[in-house]
Ligand binder design. Structure first.
Ligand code: PLP
Length: 395
């Protein structure tokens, strides 16, 4: 794909062809530029690059060609103007907070966000004089009531973890913009192939690339995506404070993007089959998967998403003892809190990812003792179902 190309390519083509400008070596695969700095022909060229008169690389905390390839490819897949890569998903969220908030500002955040996101706002962002309120993701009135004149950012993760609740992105974007605030969406669970929040009015999209974008559990990374104006702020923050992505990790994610669509479709197909199996199982109390027509978020998910993703949560009858029995009787599914891997993973939220919450907070968040969260991997789905059934049959 040449730089002058004015053809509008489809996402599957962009995912494989965007971002790579061949070097003088004529390489076919994208190169990894493991270098901290860059050199110049003479002092005048150095001066021009440092002053910004001439574009070009200076130092890999600012820009690096491999990282830039990943950023261009991700932005293209998202239908966005620009992306800035970060060292992790949390670094991406912190970059949003530090780029767009100042003392006296206020944030409204959905309650069911990633655990470290809650800590980031409650423990660290508040230190800079920024107030944060948490609301129920599906309760639009709660969002409205939480907004104050100082509100500058609405932050939401959709679908939520682990109960797969779905936020109305368009409605939240309208609400944010009526109040001169920005809407940021953590799109880690869907990735740009299943959901493009900018099309529904979101201003910023953040990713943990550690999950599906890598897809094979190898590297930590993240990104912020949005328009040129907003992303210039994020770029300034990242290049100055240093949560930049490593070129090696960028290469891993760049290759991950090439197969992302195929993998997300396979994760979604497997998850749908598993959810339907669990839904008719006598030992299962409730299944949380937006691909099931009776799930509260089903209609919105159909409107906003191109698939329902790979995360299935379900509550077994018999509380913690029964849930642990299901987990402990699996043979190949990994018992770990991570997700978005080719390997299926299983976890008991009440005692792991959400273990630090008080009993009341767990109840409010719907994290019961019988709840199990499964990230459906790419193994044969019949084997996955059999691995889950082993424990279920013993309850
Ligand atoms: C994992 C995760 C994060 C944090 O990403 P890291 O890469 O671990 O820093 C943020 N949001 C969601 C939804 C996640 O699953």
């Amino acid at each position: 794909m040449s730089q002058q190309d004015d053809i509008e390519y489809q996402v599957d083509t962009l995912a494989i062809r965007t971002g790579h400008t061949r070097s003088f070596e004529g390489e076919h695969g994208e190169p990894i530029f493991l270098t901290s700095s860059f050199v110049y022909e003479n002092a005048a060229e150095a001066a021009a690059k440092f002053s910004g008169q001439e574009p070009g690389n200076i130092y890999s905390r600012f820009t690096n060609p491999t990282v830039a390839m990943f950023e261009k490819r991700l932005a293209a897949m998202e239908g966005a103007e620009r992306a800035v890569a970060t060292s992790s998903g949390m670094a991406a969220i912190m970059a949003v907070a530090m780029s767009f908030l100042k003392a006296g500002d206020h944030v409204v955040c959905s309650r069911a966000v990633f655990g470290s996101t809650v800590s980031l706002f409650e423990k660290y962002v508040v230190k800079f004089g920024v107030a944060v309120d948490f609301v129920d993701l599906t309760d639009l009135n709660a969002w409205k009531n939480a907004i104050k004149p100082e509100t500058k950012l609405l932050f939401v993760e959709s679908p939520s973890n682990p109960l797969a609740e779905v936020a109305d992105i368009q409605a939240l974007a309208d609400l944010a913009h009526e109040n001169d605030a920005l809407l940021a969406i953590d799109n880690t669970f869907c990735t740009p192939v299943l959901q493009q929040p900018i099309k529904f009015g979101a201003d910023l999209v953040v990713y943990s690339a550690t999950k599906y974008i890598d897809g094979q559990g190898r590297a930590l990374g993240g990104a912020v995506v949005g328009n040129h104006k907003l992303l210039e702020e994020v770029f300034g923050y990242v290049r100055t404070t240093g949560p930049s992505m490593s070129p090696f990790n960028a290469w891993t994610f760049l290759k991950g993007l090439e197969t992302l669509r195929l993998r997300m479709n396979a994760h979604s197909d497997g998850a749908q089959k598993l959810a339907e199996f669990l839904n008719s199982h006598a030992k299962v109390e409730k299944v949380y998967y937006a691909g099931l027509p009776e799930h509260v978020g089903h209609e919105l998910a159909v409107k906003q998403q191109k698939g329902f993703g790979g995360i299935v949560s379900f509550e077994v009858k018999g509380g913690r003892e029964a849930a642990w029995k299901v987990i402990d009787n699996t043979r190949f599914i990994s018992i770990t809190g991570n997700l978005g891997d080719a390997k299926s993973t299983i976890t008991h939220p009440a005692t792991t990812t959400h273990g630090k919450l008080s009993p009341e907070a767990k109840e409010a968040a719907g994290i019961r003792e019988g709840l199990i969260r499964l990230s459906v991997g790419l193994e044969d789905i019949d084997d996955i179902i059999a691995d889950i059934s082993r424990g279920l049959d013993l309850i």
